[in-house]
Design a protein around this ligand. Structure first.
Ligand SMILES: NC(=O)c1ccc[n+]([C@@H]2O[C@H](COP(=O)([O-])OP(=O)(O)OC[C@H]3O[C@@H](n4cnc5c(N)ncnc54)[C@H](OP(=O)(O)O)[C@@H]3O)[C@@H](O)[C@H]2O)c1
Length: 290
């Protein structure tokens, strides 16, 4: 298949590497090479190139975290709320399947495992939601779920020391908060995206593992991998972190993606252990080199 992966960010880089390994032809550009917000340039590209599927991994996530979205509101709104609609408009004209990587951070609370049919309670219409969550929800509302496949991921995990890997972030924090949250192993996400490309169906799909763990449970597991442990870890209340905005804490249901795509997400614990093991290997190697 010929696949256009939008952006050279974290998820896009992993997906590009994965799809190339799986023998797909992948097109992947930086914003300087092809700004997808420029509809005529994007149209011209799709006009000249035979593309089977577009995967939109572009967006504004905030560095080092979503607090930055409270400050850089215009960029955040344009990249998360407007850009997906512009991309969809061009894909519709060119009749190219579109997969949009979104976020499950538009829910919070533990009343239930949130399904794709639940109205977001930490999005556009909620006064306590973060600006990031509002823009991700607005981005989804701007899309046509009869045309686009929207994949909602949650906290990404993998066996690397990348600053976007939740498990590496945890190692770097001294203060932790204890919530149960769904997570998404990035390699399994790539496998799911490939499944969606191969068997395309529009609609919203949660992309998370079963049986999510609390932060305390993740920290307990980490003790079996001493190199990933931070001896300064202490649990605090969220209010002690002095953040600029609230955070989404929730568990999503993966039943729909299991049912529609026959995709087995597996248990979160398995992927956390696998990631800790790989991170330990890298850290051991770093220690040897030092
Ligand atoms: N990482 C997470 O924790 C997480 C969790 C849940 C959901 N998500 C969602 O997953 C998606 C990917 O996240 P990520 O972590 O991979 O983000 P990322 O590393 O910040 O990458 C996003 C990329 O989008 C690019 N971009 C923005 N507007 C563009 C445009 N008009 N044309 C071309 N490129 C453009 C940015 O380019 P520049 O560098 O030039 O600005 C940036 O490289 C986002 O939609 C995010 O909301 C992420």
């Amino acid at each position: 298949m010929n696949i256009l992966v939008l952006s050279k960010g974290f998820i896009a880089s992993r997906l590009t590497e994965y799809l190339i390994r799986e023998k797909h032809t992948v097109y992947n550009f930086s914003r300087e090479e092809l700004d997808y917000g420029d509809k005529s340039r994007f149209f011209n590209f799709l006009d000249k190139t035979a593309i089977d599927a577009v995967v939109n991994c572009a967006g504004f996530t905030g560095k080092p975290n979503v607090d930055e979205c409270e400050v850089r509101k215009e960029e955040c709104f344009i990249q998360n709320s407007i850009l997906p609609r512009d991309i969809e408009e061009v894909c519709k004209i060119k009749r190219v399947n579109l997969i949009h990587v979104s976020s499950g951070c538009i829910y919070t609370g533990y009343d239930k495992e949130y399904t794709e049919d639940d109205e977001p309670n930490f999005g556009m219409f909620d006064s306590d939601s973060s600006f990031y969550s509002k823009t991700k929800h607005a981005g989804e509302l701007n899309l046509d779920t009869n045309f686009t496949n929207i994949i909602r991921i949650r906290m990404p995990i993998e066996g690397t020391l990348d600053s976007k890997n939740l498990l590496h972030k945890l190692k770097g924090y001294s203060k932790l908060i204890d919530y149960r949250n769904s997570k998404t192993d990035v390699t399994v996400l790539c496998e799911f995206i490939e499944t969606v490309i191969d068997n395309f169906k529009p609609g919203i799909f949660n992309a998370v593992h079963s049986n999510s763990l609390t932060t305390k449970e993740v920290i307990e597991l980490s003790k079996e991998y001493p190199l990933v442990v931070n001896p300064e870890w202490e649990f605090v209340d969220f209010k002690d972190l002095n953040t600029k905005c609230g955070r989404s804490n929730c568990v999503l249901s993966n039943d729909k993606s299991k049912r529609v795509f026959d995709f087995d997400w597996g248990d979160e614990e398995y992927y956390i252990r696998k990631s800790f093991e790989a991170m330990s290997g890298i850290l051991q190697e770093e220690e040897k080199q030092a």
